[in-house]
Write a protein that binds this ligand. Sequence first.
Ligand code: FMN
Length: 196
Amino acid sequence: MKKVLAIYGSPRRKGNTATLLDRAVQGALEAGAEVEKIYLRDLEISPCLEIYGCKELGRCVIQDDFQKIQDQLMACQGLMLASPIFFYTVSAHTKTLMDRCQSLWVKKYWIDKVPYGQWEPKRKGLFISVGATKGRKLFDGTLLTVKYFFDVLDMELWKPLLYRGLDFEGDILKHPEYLQEAYEAGKELALALNES
Ligand SMILES: Cc1cc2nc3c(=O)[nH]c(=O)nc-3n(C[C@H](O)[C@H](O)[C@H](O)COP(=O)(O)O)c2cc1C
């Protein structure tokens, strides 16, 4: 059974991205994946302290909830990451997790010496995001951030689901078509993992 990690990156427990991710989780479960959920807002994760304690072993030395997430990130075949847009990037909760994964960047590029840009992604990532405004460039910066975060995890950005014009908690419920899309994406992800 393929393992999928679902990371909830919003401070809102039942916000727009969380509701979308719930639907994606449902789809993945129905397609036979094993899904573990992580709610970043409930965890104690320090920002990266840039001390490079990871230089020897490629493992972050700060002892907090990131340690468990690191193992989960390494063990999954698929990732579903959901974050709202905050100031044209991911939420602080999500960015803190990403920055702590610098230890995995160190492992990949400094310790294992993987040639930059010369690897085949072995895993697949679904990224779900929502912003209040409707600008054409709303997700541009975030997509770059996510692409390079997934690179560290040997993961392709398999599918982004990006929705504009959603602000208040519950706004997503006015768009059953978006929820259906998230459900289908979760299902497709699990099926794609079974094939790979
Ligand atoms: C700190 C903060 C920064 C935000 N920055 C943006 C922004 O740059 N662009 C935008 O369109 N919406 C922005 N928003 C609105 C959120 O993206 C929007 O409310 C979204 O629906 C929240 O998703 P959630 O319910 O999953 O948390 C911001 C909201 C907060 C609280």
